[in-house]
Design a protein around this ligand. Structure first.
Ligand SMILES: [Zn+2]
Ligand SMILES: [Zn+2]
Length: 138
C-alpha cells in the first residue's frame, strides 16, 4: 500500500498516511464553511492506525464544536487543518488539502458526494462556471 505525505503550510507538522481511504466527502455545511474559510471541507476518511506522524504533533490544537461530531485540528503556527480522530478514536479524518499531492498522485478514492448541499455558499453555483486562469487573472 503506497503512502502519501502531508503537512501544514509552514512545515512544522508533517505526517504520512496510507493511500487506503474508505470515503471522500465534500461538506458544504455552514460549520465547514466557517472553519475552512472557504466553500466546503474536503474530507478523506480512513482507519486511525493508517497515519504516522513525522513531526509537529505538539504544535497542533484541537477544537471540538459543541453538540455535534465536528472538530478541527490545526497547526498553531499557520492554521492549516491537519488530520484528526473521530468515532472514539477509530476513524481518522484527513483534510484533502493537507496532503502533498501532485498531478501524478492518484488517490484510491474520488470525491463521492457533496453533502449538506442545501447549506452551500450562495455564491458557489456561480463559482463553478467562472473563468479559469493558470495564475492570477490577466
Ligand atoms: Zn504550520
Ligand atoms: Zn460540514
Amino acid at each position: 500500500m503506497s503512502k502519501i505525505t502531508g503537512g501544514c503550510l509552514c512545515g512544522e507538522v508533517k505526517f504520512e498516511v496510507k493511500n487506503d481511504f474508505s470515503q471522500f466527502h465534500l461538506c458544504h455545511c455552514q460549520q465547514c464553511q466557517k472553519i475552512t474559510g472557504s466553500a466546503h471541507a474536503s474530507n478523506l476518511f480512513c482507519q486511525a492506525e493508517h497515519i504516522n506522524w513525522l513531526s509537529g504533533i505538539d504544535k497542533t490544537k484541537r477544537f471540538d464544536y459543541p453538540n455535534r461530531h465536528f472538530a478541527r485540528v490545526f497547526c498553531t503556527e499557520c492554521g492549516t487543518g491537519v488530520p484528526y480522530l473521530v468515532n472514539k478514536g477509530k476513524t481518522l479524518i484527513v483534510p484533502a488539502g493537507s496532503l502533498d499531492l501532485n498531478e501524478d498522485t492518484v488517490l484510491n478514492v474520488a470525491p463521492q458526494d457533496n453533502i449538506f448541499w442545501h447549506e452551500r455558499a450562495p455564491w458557489y453555483d456561480v463559482a463553478l462556471t467562472a473563468p479559469t486562469f493558470a495564475g492570477f487573472p490577466k
